[in-house]
Design a protein around this ligand. Structure first.
Ligand SMILES: [Fe+2]
Length: 273
């Protein structure tokens, strides 16, 4: 595992080699209903998905691909996801379910191979809806705003995405991100989804959504990797940061995130289930 400290590409190769069996997520996982019967995931054409004669694997999650590390009095966890190429019966890109992060959750992604579209949505402290999308290739970094919804779609697969997460101290919240990671009903089914998704369009994509979804969130804004995030992670990449960086290095990442990363307005009760 010493290769993990030598750079993103080598780190990714080593991680993939070390990855054992993960948890497969299927098309049917996107069709699960919440407790009140409302879909937990917005799909462009749920009828097409229901009518599909098969239940393909969309991605495989490898939770705790690396042992947790400690900084700021909290544990930092590391996961890996491998996304299959292709599109869903409704025409949208193969994708994750999507979920809301906790208000204190710092989550950072690094794409190890393939290309993905990271979609994030949140309300600013003044209540303004913000919908961002970032097209990412190998080595690119993404940080999810505190308390934001996010979802991953595959632009060029298979795609391998590594991420770390923790809950920074000082923010009250109903449950931790670790609790959410271990309880699907909390992570995926406790809040209404953002009704936006990415449809394949030629060799690219276009964002689409329900009338309520697009009407509320708008067309979306392209985001790019923030300079502060690259500087805070460092040249060796996210895997090396998690594996071999000091607690001080992780604390600097946390400080930079607190300074630069947007914080979502607490979601109104009506958006919770
Ligand atoms: Fe997340």
């Amino acid at each position: 595992m010493t290769d993990l400290a030598t750079g993103p590409t080598t780190a990714g190769t080593a991680l993939l080699t070390a990855a054992g069996d993960g948890v497969d997520r299927h098309l049917s996982d996107l069709l699960v209903l919440g407790a009140n019967g409302v879909p937990t995931c917005y799909l462009a054409d749920p009828g097409a998905a229901h009518a599909a004669g098969s239940d393909p694997v969309l991605y495989t999650g490898h939770r705790d691909i690396l042992p947790p590390t400690r900084a700021l009095g909290a544990e930092w966890f590391a996961d890996l996801c491998t996304y299959r190429p292709g599109h869903l019966p409704g025409g949208e890109l193969n994708r994750s379910i999507g979920h809301w992060n906790t208000p204190a959750q710092l989550e950072v992604f690094e794409i190890l191979s393939g290309r993905v579209l990271m979609i994030t949505a949140w309300h600013s402290p003044s209540g303004t809806p913000v919908l961002n999308w970032q097209a990412c290739g190998p080595g690119d970094l993404v940080a999810v705003p505190f308390g934001a919804w996010h979802q991953t779609s595959v632009l060029d697969g298979p795609a391998v995405v590594f991420n770390i997460y923790t809950d920074l101290p000082g923010t009250e919240q109903q449950h931790t991100s670790r609790h959410a990671a271990q309880h699907a009903e909390t992570k995926y089914r406790s809040s209404a989804p953002v009704e936006v998704t990415a449809i394949r369009s030629g060799t690219g994509f276009t964002l689409t959504g329900s009338r309520r979804g697009r009407g509320h969130w708008g067309r979306g804004v392209q985001a790019v990797e923030p300079t502060w995030l690259r500087e805070a992670v460092g040249p060796d990449g996210l895997v090396a940061l998690h594996t071999s960086a000091s607690a001080e290095h992780l604390s600097r990442l946390a400080d930079a995130a607190r300074t630069h990363l947007p914080t979502a307005q607490p979601r109104p009760e009506g958006e919770r289930r």
